[in-house]
Design a binder for this molecule. Structure first.
Ligand code: KIV
Length: 259
């Protein structure tokens, strides 16, 4: 049922951590591909690149165009593409759109947000040989108001735990846990056979994912769960200043830069 590439990732559970990062274009994907098990074309691109208030505004066309670019940078990683909001409203639409994403972009799998509510859809995709990644906890496509961590109450914890168990038994190959409370992340991870990939969901997950722009320090977000590994905004700023100065002082272009 699972592809060879996916089986390799599942095998890492309880042995090696799974590395996942987001990419929205070829150049970044090419660099990340060398270090990641999974490259995710997340619909987070809606807020990161397009400044949308919500990922609900991301269209299928936009996801496909960015995914085509990402695919050009990928040699070895598993490429997963987010199915945008309202593209998996029912089994028929979901299968049509998932197959369209896969055929247009050459990605390996798709990711959908939700648990019990979309189980029929997940089962239908899996039955039709679509490789699916699940996503529970904080679901950006369905959040109203301010984002907050999930698993604050026992009721909420039980719901998310049951959703994750249902997803795992419905054939997803992995589950993203977004902003789930630490003990809940641990319980889910030890209770399901497929790997969990955490974002703001503690060290106990089988793998970790971050939005690459956050990790690179390209924006001013300061979520508690993000660690900035670089300050690219500052580097770009400095490069632009240097270029500007060179142009003003007529130091660029030089003879060697001219024809
Ligand atoms: O859209 C996205 O980038 C995601 C990750 C944050 C998991 O879903």
């Amino acid at each position: 049922m699972f592809s060879k590439k996916i089986k390799k990732i599942i095998k890492k559970k309880n042995k090696k951590k799974i590395i996942c990062l987001t990419a929205y274009s070829k150049n970044i994907a090419e660099i990340l591909d060398r270090h990641c098990d999974i490259v995710l074309v997340g619909d987070s691109l809606g807020s990161v690149l397009y400044n949308y208030d919500t990922t609900r505004n991301v269209s299928l066309k936009t996801m496909i165009e960015h995914s085509k670019s990402v695919k050009k940078g990928i040699k070895k990683s598993l490429m997963v593409v987010d199915m945008p909001y309202r593209t998996y409203k029912n089994t028929k639409e979901a299968l049509k759109n998932a197959k369209y994403i896969i055929s247009q972009t050459g990605c390996d799998a798709v990711k959908l947000e939700g648990g019990k509510k979309i189980i029929k859809i997940i089962k239908h995709l899996v039955k039709n040989k679509v490789q699916v990644m699940g996503h529970v906890g904080l679901l950006p496509q369905f959040e109203k108001g301010k984002f907050r961590f999930k698993g604050k109450t026992e009721i909420e914890k039980n719901k998310i735990f049951n959703d994750a168990k249902l997803l795992a038994s419905s054939g997803v190959f992995s589950i993203v846990l977004e902003c789930t409370e630490k003990s809940l992340s641990k319980k889910i991870t030890s209770s399901v056979k497929v790997p969990t990939i955490g974002i703001g969901a503690s060290i106990d997950c089988d793998g970790q994912v971050l939005v690459t722009d956050d990790l690179l320090g390209l924006n001013s977000t300061n979520y508690r769960f993000v660690k900035k590994y670089a300050s690219l905004a500052k580097i770009i700023d400095r490069a632009a200043i240097n270029f500007k100065q060179d142009v003003i002082k007529k130091l660029f272009p030089k003879k060697k830069n001219s024809y």
